[in-house]
Write a protein that binds this ligand. Structure first.
Ligand SMILES: [Zn+2]
Ligand SMILES: [Zn+2]
Length: 271
């Protein structure tokens, strides 16, 4: 597996530049990925597979560590809550989390109040995949590196992607994707809670297409954008739902979008 593939995957997913390199440590192929936001090297995620059964991710501050630690310490409650929710979503996926701040383990309450002078975070998961099919090294490394990056981006003032109208790749229709749907962190929080099955029609890509359908789904923001004030704090677990591309396109057939129940009723009546 090449580091260039991982770099391409991360850059596309997060829409920001990444440095990725591969090195051999203690006989393990390690992938070091570091996101850079507007040129700042923020932190580095080192991902490797140990003894073929365990994926290990070590997250460490990078060159611009001081600025990063300052923004973490100054992060608002919403960001810190998101971080804690994300940690819990990882734990619910059987990831064991070793998070040390200022040289010692810390609980959720302290997490919100303490000033971060340094940190070390190690995520471990056994087994490396839940699938019964033989797993692809790239899938495992890219998926868990993505999760580790998301976790720390929760805390940082990374510019949210702007609301924009875009044509979805390879599709015939136009969908208005708002920034909540496009935010990788919101997406991961939604999917950790809601899974990968279409909330409207029940379609499950992995069931139908096998391993290439694994973790494929769109994420839709229910609350019409027009109803959101500037102070609205999105709850990715409730305000976002997984939907298949067909149902997603139908939701956006009008502006503001249909409500999920409306499309479900249409489907129900036509059965
Ligand atoms: Zn659907
Ligand atoms: Zn949508």
């Amino acid at each position: 597996m090449s580091s260039a593939n991982l770099q391409k995957y991360l850059q596309e997913y997060f829409s920001m530049p990444f440095d990725v390199r591969k090195e051999l440590h203690d006989g393990n192929e390690c992938y070091f990925s570091s996101p850079s936001n507007e040129g700042d090297m923020l932190f580095e995620v080192n991902a490797y597979i140990q003894n073929e059964i365990r994926i290990v991710l070590e997250i460490r501050p990078q060159i611009h560590a001081r600025a990063m630690l300052e923004s973490i310490s100054g992060a608002d409650n919403e960001k810190k809550t998101k971080f804690i929710n994300f940690l819990n979503s990882l734990r619910s996926k059987r990831v064991s989390v070793d998070l040390q701040i200022n040289g010692r383990p810390i609980n959720d309450e302290e997490l919100k109040s303490c000033t971060w002078n340094n940190f070390y975070c190690r995520l471990t998961r056994v087994p490396i995949t839940d699938s019964s099919e033989p797993c692809d090294l790239f899938d495992v490394i890219s998926e868990w590196t993505k999760q580790a990056v998301c976790l720390f981006l929760c805390l940082l003032p990374v510019s949210d992607q702007d609301e924009q109208t875009g044509e979805l790749e390879g599709s015939q229709y136009q969908v208005v994707c708002n920034k909540y749907e496009r935010s990788p962190i919101n997406r991961e929080l939604c999917l950790a809670k809601n899974g990968y099955t279409c909330r409207i029609c029940g379609f499950d890509f992995e069931k139908t297409y096998g391993s290439i359908g694994q973790r494929f789904i769109h994420v839709h923001h229910i609350v019409p954008v027009s109803m959101i004030g500037s102070n609205y704090q999105i709850n990715p677990e409730k305000d976002l739902i997984p939907v298949c591309p067909n149902c997603h396109a139908m939701l956006h057939r009008k502006k503001p979008p249909f409500l999920p129940d409306e499309i479900m009723n249409i489907l129900e009546k036509r059965k």
